[in-house]
Design a binder for this molecule. Structure first.
Ligand SMILES: Cc1cc2nc3c(=O)[nH]c(=O)nc-3n(C[C@H](O)[C@H](O)[C@H](O)COP(=O)(O)OP(=O)(O)OC[C@H]3O[C@@H](n4cnc5c(N)ncnc54)[C@H](O)[C@@H]3O)c2cc1C
Ligand code: FES
Length: 273
């Protein structure tokens, strides 16, 4: 669990996005696109889920955005340091096959999560259209890598500092008006995934989202990642993380993801973060 490489992909006043190469041969040899690991930074720390963005023989790549206590503590580790614990690969792999024409939408750190899926879908011969969205130019990452595997790439920034001003969903709406697509795959902030789902619902295009429910054990035992899918209770860690976007109870997910906000802010202050 040693950190072999650390690279700062984005560093702004608000946040940092960091890429870590971690020695984890057993996970590297098994992980498939769409799967994740659960990380503990230190013994008394919480467990956080992070997507396996890439693998080689002995190493997995993780990309994290500093969001709260655990991601900030993880971001403070350096090359040569070791994680306290790492478990994975967890969750169902993405359903990688030939669909035809696919649009992948990545918002914020969700860009990291669409990369392995886009790579897998490209290898299966799909026509790949990628839409990336970031709040501002400095928070955009993996552009070169995603350009290399896409047939069309569109970039949006909320503030218009790069690409087109606006949201990923503006581009999605336009593409769907003028073309026929067989799959839309989206990962990003909940409001973005909810909007994507609303846009594709009427046209009936198969739409898959990877949900970021709050997780603890990651193995189906604690229930913290509970979501409602088509009126049925599902655990994101063992039944997902991917689900049919049109069946997700988005309001419940939004509410549940905010449960610990105040507590986390308080704990961050205690750590001086
Ligand atoms: C399957 C899965 C894969 C993920 N992959 C990545 C990844 O590759 N890179 C990455 O940066 N993040 C990823 N996340 C989100 C990441 O787990 C959270 O950002 C992290 O748990 C926040 O922990 P914290 O202690 O740093 O922040 P907290 O203080 O706990 O939370 C900070 C903010 O993040 C929100 N948050 C808390 N937990 C989650 C969560 N599980 N998902 C999303 N937001 C959350 C809170 O509502 C709060 O607003 C993934 C989540 C899931 C479920
Ligand atoms: S994280 Fe505990 S059941 Fe999914």
């Amino acid at each position: 669990m040693r950190i072999n490489n650390k690279e700062i992909l984005a560093d702004t006043q608000d946040t940092k996005i960091i890429k870590l190469g971690i020695h984890a041969p057993y996970i590297a040899q098994k992980a498939q696109p769409g799967q994740f690991v659960v990380v503990m930074v230190k013994e008394e720390g919480e467990r956080i889920p992070l997507t396996v963005v890439d693998t080689d023989k002995n190493e997995i790549t993780l990309i994290l955005e500093e969001a709260g206590l655990s991601t900030k503590l993880l971001g403070k580790l350096n090359k040569g340091d070791s994680l306290y614990a790492l478990v994975g690969p967890l969750g169902h792999p993405a359903d990688i096959k030939n669909y035809g024409k696919v649009i992948l939408v990545g918002g914020g750190v969700g860009i990291a999560e669409i990369y392995p899926v886009a790579k897998g879908l490209k290898e299966k011969g799909n026509y790949i259209v990628i839409i990336l969205g970031a709040r501002t130019k400095d928070l955009l990452f993996l552009e070169k890598e995603l350009k290399g595997i896409s047939d069309e790439l569109y970039i949006t920034t909320d503030d218009g500092s790069y690409g087109r001003a606006g949201f990923t969903t503006d581009v999605l709406q336009e593409l769907l008006k003028s073309g026929v697509y067989n799959l839309v795959y989206a990962v990003g902030p909940i409001p973005m995934m909810k909007k994507v789902s609303g846009i594709t619902r009427d046209s009936g295009i198969k739409t898959v989202v990877s949900l970021n429910a709050i997780m603890l054990d990651g193995t189906g035992m604690c229930g913290s990642c509970r979501v409602t899918i088509g009126k049925e209770v599902r655990f994101t860690c063992v039944d997902g993380p991917e689900f049919d976007a049109h069946l997700v109870d988005w309001d419940e997910l939004e509410k549940r993801n905010r449960i610990y906000d105040e507590k986390e802010k308080h704990i961050c202050k205690l750590y001086g973060l």
